[in-house]
Design a protein around this ligand. Sequence first.
Ligand code: GDP
Length: 336
Amino acid sequence: MVIMFNVGKQGVLHMKLVVLSGGTGTPKLIEGLRRILDDKEITVIVNVADNFWWNGLYVAPDVDTVLYLFANLLDTEKYWGIIGDTFNFLQQAKVYGIEMDWFNIGDKDLAVHLVRTMLLKKGYTLTQVTKYLAKRLDISAHILPATDDHIETYVLTNLGNLHIQEFLVKYRFQPEVYGITFPGLDKAKATEDVIEELKGADAILIGPSNPINSITPIIKVKGIDELLMKLRKRIPIVAVSPLISGRPVSGPADKFMKALGYEPTSYGVAKIYQGYIDAIVIDERDHFLKDRIEKELKVKVAMCDTLMKDLDSKVRLARVVIELIEAIESEGSHQV
Ligand code: GDP
């Protein structure tokens, strides 16, 4: 048995880790991972299903959060936008009665939407644009949109069929939820870059993002789905649950899970990922779910405090993830 992940001379761990991410929970964990792994060894495949056109500008909220995180520009109070940004542009635009004025775009943040839109209109793909932006921001991690195809997310509610941004931002996820659809997902294809990064990974992590609206539209992209199932036979694939005591730390994960018939607990999260993952990290407050997840779903469970309230807790959770990956690798237990 070859142990893949060796500690280099400077005590730095070497592991090519591919992380599947939305725009809040997983970026928090990535902050911890960056203290253990070099940025160059981290690849983030980012959800694009909440991308949308805002008054003629193409906005990719999760991609931008991850870009700003690695550029050390992210506002880590909100997990969107640039730290210390101002909102003069938006205030003035509201005077002219712009549409979707409930979506906040900061003055510095505006630049990325403008440049992305300009480059897309010139014919560059979203992947090319993202790589270009990462380069200009001096980022050495690999940040890739899950697909170059446009996917939408709609939430069927008591107020009608709402775009995900409208549901999340305008209505603060208060409406009753009956269902969720992803127009475009059935036709979306993985990019060559995504396939290459997945194939070259030592391990894959599904971060603590919303399993319904952030992770499903990544893993269900054509090419990613089958590849993950194949790779699980060769490399460790682990997840971290975004739920603690049956509730999300933020956002509507429990509401979405219930609407789609999943138990809104870490058991339900493991069920969504069953077939893709070897193991899941759940919160120690949910210890009573361990046996059910392991016996019924055949997913190994690791437990710890998964609440990331400061850098220490982010690093602590990141260590648990890395140790879990190492344990799976050395046991060879993913080779089922
Ligand atoms: P979005 O793109 O903004 O919807 O964000 P994500 O899907 O990436 O993240 C939202 C999820 O992150 C929610 O379901 C939260 O429960 C989860 N989350 C946020 N903070 C934490 C945390 O400290 N610990 C855990 N375990 N999950 C968290």
